[in-house]
Design a protein around this ligand. Structure first.
Ligand code: PLP
Length: 495
């Protein structure tokens, strides 16, 4: 509960003359007068003056305003906010992992290199690809690395005119961004009304771009609408016939785990977000890990350093890999994330990994079917781990997706992904993940129905939500473009 006694800012609690600290006697005999005036303050620093208990309570109360997967339901779509079991943290925090230095000799950190190596192998097995690098530090970093592998492959064959990447209009925004950063041109392919790639449009896109200018096609499957791309065999054949490669965005691989593998579907290069599919908390920018896998024949282009097993020992190698991209970041990537992912994979084991996909799919479909009479479902049928509503069914109330999302905060739920994908005006994208209990999901369904009811009976109340959070509606644009993160009031107070 937010205790209103404690102001939002520590400065607002300040009382002149209050002290909450005790410093040891200054052991040095300097006095301020000895310092050159140029380095001295002209004024006392404007610091809040509070007693110790006020400070402790203030920050403890602020910490209670956090919201994460450990606090409540977090149905963010295209982002797989997976519960992070504490055993992951416990093991990642062990001194044997946190005390490592990236430059220490390989014979002093065989345990860490073995974990690294075994995670590479587990990912290869789960995806049906030949080899993985764990170096990329995020999904988007993985996309860039994967596209660089594809570019290096074409260049190694003298195919330098391949500068275009085909990307479906439903793709995650990082796909076109990564292609652009890699110096490649984005060519968009349309989706059919059922949300899947329009294969006829793909044929036309290839023809008008010129088959020998295509470097790759990037796909997400199930796509960002949560729909399984049934035409994958036709699509991969078309793209491979051009001499281009297939890239798989496996940021959210959970609906596929143990059920089917991108390598078997004909994909050549992919990335996985360990910080989505294999637990590990994320949000706020990291740390992440976006390992990249390649099919046989492309291993030679992967970045360095590489962790290999030779002569009964694990080694870190940077060469000789003449065709390698070289380094794509500092050292090995975010090792702590890898420890958590590996622990998660081991805890699931061979048997339970097969239940991840079906359970994620069941949970998403259960919510979709339970709400589709009150929320607009533009694409029906079976979804995979996530799905998209196009706002409330009853548009006459004027209540938007934004309003629904804000009202959910009042009920203690994190909002789903909103206004993405861009295919619909009022996108509301929900992913429950496989970890959630039926009771949790039923509670969410009940609240979503309640909000639909409120939209009818008291639309103004929904439009002005949230009402129970410490801060109400913010101006999204101002908050993003001009965030005020320092306190200026004190200066005015003193003047
Ligand atoms: C999250 C996500 C990405 C990007 O991953 P980051 O780690 O945020 O860079 C790419 N594609 C899809 C489908 C995603 O959901």
């Amino acid at each position: 509960m937010n205790n209103k006694l404690y102001g939002n800012l520590i400065f607002e609690l300040s009382k002149a003359g209050r002290e909450g600290y005790s410093l040891p006697q200054n052991p040095y005999q300097h006095s301020v007068g000895e310092l050159p005036p140029a380095v001295c303050r002209q004024q006392e620093p404007l610091l809040p003056e509070c007693d110790e208990l006020t400070v402790v309570r203030h920050y403890t109360n602020l910490s209670h305003n956090n919201f994460g997967v450990n606090d409540g339901f977090y149905p963010l779509g295209s982002c797989t906010m997976k519960y992070n079991p504490l055993i992951n943290e416990e093991i990642a925090a062990m001194k044997m992992f946190t005390g490592l230095h990236p430059l220490q000799p390989a014979d002093t950190c065989q345990h860490a290199l073995e974990l690294y190596f075994r995670l590479q192998e587990s990912l290869a097995e789960l995806t049906g690809l030949s080899e993985f690098t764990l170096n990329p530090c995020a999904g988007a970093h993985g996309e860039l690395t994967g596209l660089m592998v594809i570019r290096a492959y074409h260049q190694s064959r003298g195919d330098t005119q391949r500068t275009k990447v085909i990307i479906p209009d439903s793709a995650h925004g990082t796909n076109p961004a990564s292609a652009a950063v890699c110096g490649l041109e984005v060519v968009e392919v349309r989706s059919l009304p059922d949300g899947t790639v329009d294969v006829d449009d793909l044929r036309q896109v290839i023809q008008s771009a010129g088959a020998d200018t295509i470097a790759a096609m990037m796909m997400t499957n199930p796509n960002t609408l949560g729909i399984f791309e049934h035409a994958i065999p036709d699509i991969t054949r078309l793209v491979h016939d051009c001499g281009a490669l297939m890239y798989y965005d496996g940021a959210n691989l959970n609906p596929m785990l143990g059920v089917c593998r991108p390598g078997d579907m004909g994909f050549d290069v992919m990335h996985i977000n360990l910080h989505k599919t294999f637990s590990t908390p994320h949000g706020g920018g990291g740390p992440g890990s976006g390992p990249v896998g390649v099919r046989q024949g492309l291993e030679t282009f992967l970045p360095t350093p590489r962790v290999v097993f030779r002569d009964d020992m694990f080694h870190v190698e940077t060469g000789p890999y003449e065709q390698s991209l070289g380094s794509i970041g500092a050292f090995f990537g975010n090792f702590g994330v890898m420890v958590k992912a590996y622990v998660y994979i081991l805890s699931l084991g061979h048997q339970h990994v097969k239940q991840v996909g079906p359970l994620a799919t069941l949970n998403a479909n259960y919510i979709k079917e339970s709400l589709k009479d009150v929320y607009e479902l533009p694409i029906g049928g079976l979804c995979k781990h996530e799905f998209v509503f196009d706002g409330l069914k009853d548009k006459s109330t004027g209540v938007t997706t934004m309003d629904v999302a804000k009202r959910l905060l009042d009920y203690g739920y994190h909002a789903p992904t909103i206004y993405f994908p861009l295919l619909f005006h009022e996108s509301l994208m929900i992913e429950p993940t496989e970890n959630e209990s039926k009771e949790t999901i039923d509670g969410f369904i009940q609240v979503m129905r309640q909000i639909a009811e409120e939209a009818k009976n008291d639309p103004e109340m929904v439009k002005t939500a949230p009402h129970n959070t410490p801060i109400g509606r913010v101006d999204d644009v101002l908050a993003a473009k001009h965030p005020i993160v320092t306190y200026k009031q004190m200066v005015n107070d003193k003047n």
